[in-house]
Design a protein around this ligand. Sequence first.
Ligand code: SF4
Length: 239
Amino acid sequence: MHLSHIRVILNTNGRNAKMKKNAVIDSKKNIEKIVSLLKKKYPELQTALFYKTPLQLLVATILSAQCTDKKVNEVTKTLFKKYTSADDFAAARQVDVEQEIRQTGFFRNKAKNIIAAAQKIRNDFGGNVPDSMDKLISLPGVARKTANIVLSSAYKKAEGIAVDTHVKRLSQRLGLSTQKNPDKIERDLMALVPKKYWLDFNYLLVNHGRDTCDAKKPLCSSCTLSSICPSAGTLKNSA
Ligand code: SF4
């Protein structure tokens, strides 16, 4: 290859690397702004799911898949009176649990997972919901999203960032990830977001996604992040 061609390739690669580095620096700067603006908007960071124990949070989070938090809270009000420990859930008949949680949708699968997870908690973890990512994701029906919610809310431990439908959508719109797979989005976020914000990051984006950055009709003109959001005003049906 001619020397001038090699130089062009080297220059282009150098430029690309610099542009990539600048993009990462910009995204990191934006994270600080995103967090401070959203913290002003949502000073109270609490999951909307009702729970008193790690087990209740685990069950409520499993039930919240494809269901509103309001409906889950209605259902768990009675459910948690009937089943008060991992032993109770582990010994439950599937048909009884199905009946209790029917209104949350996908109730057969959810009942099966809740009972199987409770049996493993009883058999392998002395009846206590484990407090590490590795152990939590060993429970049937528990993936990283659910494990992250239990770890951050019940144990105040930051081992990752829960990526649900809101975090997925907002990460893409805010230019924090180009990935579609939640585990890959989480990896991008963990590389960009300083660890001190991991506990809050899911709640901040979830609240903002519900209030303002709606999937179908984002309210860009009144959005607190519009000055730093690359998608501001560019989305279909944005207002
Ligand atoms: S500016 Fe629009 S797309 Fe960006 S975060 Fe706000 S509502 Fe969402």
